[in-house]
Design a protein around this ligand. Structure first.
Ligand code: ATP
Length: 354
C-alpha cells in the first residue's frame, strides 16, 4: 500500500488536567473523504483543529505527505478549512471573500480574478461575484466559504460541521455537491459531523469517535453492518437489542423473552448459560415468514407508524418492543395494533454484542 497522505499518530490532547483526546491514530489516503462521526463532546473538532494547527497536540505527531507538520503554524500548512458558521467577511464581496487567501499570499490581480471565476463556476454561483454575504442564503454562503477554502489549492480540506446550520433540504443537496466537488478535485478531505446519515452517505471511510478515541474506522457499509463495539452499534442506525441466555451452545440456541431462538454459527466462543445481547437492525426483521429467515419469535403488534415508503412497526415480544421496517405496498393493508404476529429474521443478520 502507498504511504498515507495524512497520518495522525498517537495524538493526545489535554486541556488543563482533562484529557479529551486519547491516543488517536488514523491514516488517510490521498483523495480520500473521511468523516469523524460521534456525539457532542467526543473530541472530533479538537482532532480537526490539531490537524489545522489551531491546537497543539499534548503528544503524538501529524504528518502530511510524509512531512511532520505537528509544530507548524496554521498558515504554513496549506490546509483549507470550512466552519459551521459560514465565517465570511461581511464587508467583502463574494469575489473578494473567495480571493482573500490568494491576495494575502501576494498573487497578482489577474491570477486572483481567474481563480475566483473558476471557483464560482465550480460551486455553480457564477452570477454572485459582486454580492455581499448578507444578500445570500445560508446554503449559498456555505458554498462561498467552500470556494474560499479551495481557492488557494490546499493539499487538505477540513470541514467542521459545515452543514449543521442549514435546513434539512439544503443540507442534503449541499452534502452531495460537496462530495462531487471533492471527487472532481481529488482533494483529501476530513468532514466532522454528528449526523450518522450524513457520514454514511458521503464518506469513503468513517472514524466513529467516542470519549476522545476512535472506536472504529471503516467504510460506511462495514461500520453499519459490522459494528466493532456496542457504542458503534448503537450510535450508527437504529438497533434492537435483546438480552438472551445461551441454552445450548453446541446447538446454537439462545433463550430470548421466554422463547428459544436458533442462531446457527453465531455462538462461537460462547458457553451454555452465558448471557449475551443480540442486536438486529429494523430492516433485517420481517413480519411473518420470509425465505431465508431461519429464526422467529412470537409477538403482538404494539405500534404502527406510516412513514410513506416504509412502515415502521413495533412488535411486543415478552415485554420488550422490537422495531421493524416493512416496505409500503398500496395493495396490502398496514398491520393492526393488538394482532398476534410472528417476526422472522436470518440468524446471519444478528449481531452478537458481548
Ligand atoms: P461538538 O460536536 O459538540 O462540537 P466535538 O466532538 O467536536 O463536539 P470537541 O469540541 O472536540 O468535541 O470537545 C471535546 C472536549 O474538549 C469537550 O469536553 C470540550 O468541552 C473540551 N474542550 C474543547 N476545547 C476546549 C478548550 N479550549 N478548553 C477546555 N476544554 C475544551
Amino acid at each position: 500500500m502507498a504511504d498515507p497522505f495524512l497520518s495522525i499518530q498517537h495524538v493526545e490532547k489535554s486541556f488543563g488536567a482533562t484529557k479529551v483526546v486519547h491516543d488517536f491514530n488514523l491514516d488517510v489516503e490521498a483523495g480520500e473523504f473521511v468523516s469523524f462521526l460521534g456525539p457532542s463532546g467526543c473530541g472530533k473538532t479538537t482532532v480537526l483543529r490539531m490537524v489545522a494547527g489551531f491546537e497543539e497536540p499534548s503528544a503524538g505527531h501529524i504528518l502530511v505527505g510524509g512531512k511532520d507538520i505537528t509544530r507548524l503554524r496554521p498558515n504554513q500548512r496549506n490546509i483549507g478549512m470550512v466552519f459551521q458558521a459560514y465565517a465570511l467577511f461581511p464587508n467583502l464581496t463574494v469575489a473578494q471573500n473567495i480571493g482573500f487567501g490568494l491576495r494575502v499570499a501576494g498573487a497578482s490581480r489577474a491570477d486572483i480574478d481567474k481563480r475566483v471565476a473558476e471557483m464560482l463556476a465550480l460551486i455553480s454561483l457564477p452570477q454572485m461575484a459582486d454580492r455581499y454575504p448578507y444578500q445570500l442564503s445560508g446554503g449559498q454562503q456555505q458554498r462561498i466559504a467552500l470556494a474560499r477554502a479551495l481557492a488557494p489549492k490546499p493539499k487538505l480540506l477540513l470541514l467542521d460541521e459545515p452543514l449543521s446550520a442549514l435546513d434539512a433540504k439544503v443540507r442534503v443537496s449541499l452534502r452531495e455537491e460537496i462530495r462531487s466537488i471533492q471527487k472532481e478535485l481529488g482533494i483529501t478531505t476530513i468532514f466532522v459531523t454528528h449526523d450518522q446519515e450524513e457520514a454514511l452517505s458521503i464518506s469513503d471511510r468513517i472514524a466513529v469517535m467516542y470519549g476522545g478515541k476512535a472506536e472504529q474506522v471503516g467504510a460506511p457499509f462495514e461500520i453499519y453492518n459490522r459494528p466493532a463495539t456496542r457504542f458503534v452499534a448503537n450510535f450508527v442506525g437504529t438497533l434492537n437489542v435483546l438480552e438472551g441466555t445461551v441454552t445450548d451452545a453446541s446447538a446454537g440456541t439462545v433463550r430470548v423473552a421466554s422463547q428459544d431462538v436458533a442462531l446457527k454459527g453465531k455462538l462461537d466462543g460462547s458457553r451454555t448459560g452465558d448471557t449475551l445481547s443480540l442486536a438486529l437492525r429494523p430492516e433485517a426483521i420481517a413480519l411473518g415468514a420470509r425465505p431465508g429467515h431461519d429464526s422467529k419469535l412470537a409477538g403482538e403488534i404494539a405500534d404502527v407508524h406510516f412513514l410513506g415508503s416504509v412502515i415502521r412497526v413495533r412488535v411486543g415480544v415478552g415485554g420488550k418492543q422490537i422495531s421493524l421496517d416493512t416496505f409500503n405496498n398500496s395493495s396490502t393493508p398496514p398491520p393492526v395494533v393488538g394482532d398476534k404476529t410472528e417476526i422472522s429474521f436470518s440468524s446471519g443478520d444478528v449481531l452478537v454484542l458481548h
